[in-house]
Design a protein around this ligand. Structure first.
Ligand code: NAD
Ligand code: DAO
Ligand code: ZN
Length: 370
């Protein structure tokens, strides 16, 4: 079939909107009509060329929601008409990783997914002249139709609005999951969140859900504080307004350091500040941000000797097919909010505007509705 897509032809260039060829689903695969997709910082990271694993030409996008149109041979858990969210972290429930409760990093299709290919080593997308186009993070939601493995789709409540729940495909789950699954924050905790963008705001709402007493937000952009307060932030710090050392200021503000800190910036200097503003003896710091190619983190080892813990999280530690439907239900039940964070709704033809808004720090989430 043919479908319309925003294609990343090469790094550093705007996406090109065009008709592309899409082959139907093979065994174990599913054809999905994407109804809406968010534009995440990670798409920008890849498009910019900063992603060492970025491959081109590709159809980016990994934060979508849509409807199953057709299933390939052997698919048993989905049928046409089901509403689904694509998963860049699949859940096969059989591999060594899925069987270990300590991780969500299913490895069943990791190798081919990292190469921009389906599990059989081929791509379903091509240009009208036959040039192959690669998949991205196993999702490619910047296309009106896409093909995914069955294990990379979460079946969700059909009453949920696509233009909101697409955000659960990455930002919402990553932020809330970092709090609930990775840090396992306890009621009454003090926390610091560095970076109040699309991920950081969801860390904040996760902290509110977990019952944190103090939620400090740190961002260089003052305009981010208003939305963060709405989601539960209790104190705001702009590092540019701090006289002297930022870490010392945060340690004082949290009465000796935070129980939990989160980096949602991708900046390795911020990651260090996050670790060092965690409480001596027990403070834990969670890295969510993806740093540029070649970047490294550092701190004095004594920071860890004296009880601070450094850890990271991918997709908020969530097991997608199990956890994503629950998060959609939390949204439908009013336990979490998404709508205020969707600051811009665009058509596919306007998708590059979404990247411009992100560069200017004017959006939290732009969503493309097909
Ligand atoms: P975003 O651009 O919306 O937000 C980043 C925020 O950080 C902005 O508000 C910016 O002003 C602030 N910031 C930048 N530098 C800062 C500094 N030095 N000090 C304080 N604040 C600073 O990005 P996002 O969509 O929220 O994504 C955040 C990070 O999370 C990115 O690196 C992204 O790639 C990563 N990410 C990780 C996962 C995962 O599974 N681990 C999933 C999705 C995104
Ligand atoms: O299993 O080796 C692996 C990698 C899994 C990919 C996890 C990606 C999470 C971070 C990227 C940001 C996603 C938007
Ligand atoms: Zn698995």
């Amino acid at each position: 079939m043919r479908t319309r897509a925003a294609v990343a032809i090469e790094a550093g260039k705007p996406l090109e909107i065009m008709d592309v060829n899409l082959e139907g689903p093979k065994a174990g695969e599913v054809l999905v009509e994407i109804k809406a997709t968010g534009i995440c910082h990670t798409d920008e990271f890849t498009l910019s060329g900063a992603d060492p694993e970025g491959l081109f030409p590709a159809i980016l996008g990994h934060e979508g929601a849509g409807v199953v149109l057709e299933v390939g041979e052997g698919v048993t858990s989905l049928k046409p008409g089901d509403h689904v969210i694509p998963l860049y972290t699949p859940e096969c429930r059989q591999c060594e990783y899925c069987l270990n409760p300590k991780t969500n990093l299913c490895q069943a299709i990791r190798t081919t997914q990292g190469q921009g290919l389906m599990p059989d080593g081929t791509t379903r997308f091509s240009m009208l002249d036959g040039t192959p186009i690669l998949h991205y993070m196993g999702c490619s939601t910047f296309a009106n139709h896409t093909v995914l493995p069955e294990i990379a789709l979460a079946k969700v409540n059909p009453d949920a609005p696509f233009d909101k729940i697409c955000y659960i495909g990455c930002g919402v789950t990553t932020g809330i999951g970092a709090v609930i699954n990775t840090a396992k924050v306890e009621i009454g905790s003090r926390a610091i969140v560095f970076g109040l963008g699309g991920i950081g705001l969801n860390v904040i709402q996760g902290l509110r859900l977990a019952g944190a007493d103090q939620i400090v937000g740190v961002d260089l952009n003052d305009s981010k504080s208003q939305m963060a307060r709405r989601f539960g932030m209790t104190d705001f710090v702009n590092p540019n307004d701090v006289q002297g050392d930022l870490v010392a200021h945060l340690v004082e503000l949290t009465g000796g350091g935070a129980d939990y800190t989160f980096d949602a910036t991708g900046n390795v200097n911020v990651m260090r500040a996050a670790l060092e503003s965690a409480h001596k003896g027990w403070g834990e710091s969670v890295i969510i941000g993806v740093a540029p190619a070649g970047a490294e983190i550092s701190t004095r080892p004594f920071q860890l000797v004296t009880g601070r813990v450094w850890r990271g999280t991918a997709f908020g530690g969530a097991r997608g097919r199990t956890d994503v439907p629950k998060i959609v239900d939390w949204y439908m039940d009013g336990k979490i909010e998404i709508d205020p964070m969707i600051t811009h709704t665009l058509s596919l033809d306007e998708i590059n505007t979404g990247f411009d808004l992100m560069h200017r720090g004017e959006s939290i989430r732009s969503v493309v509705v097909y």
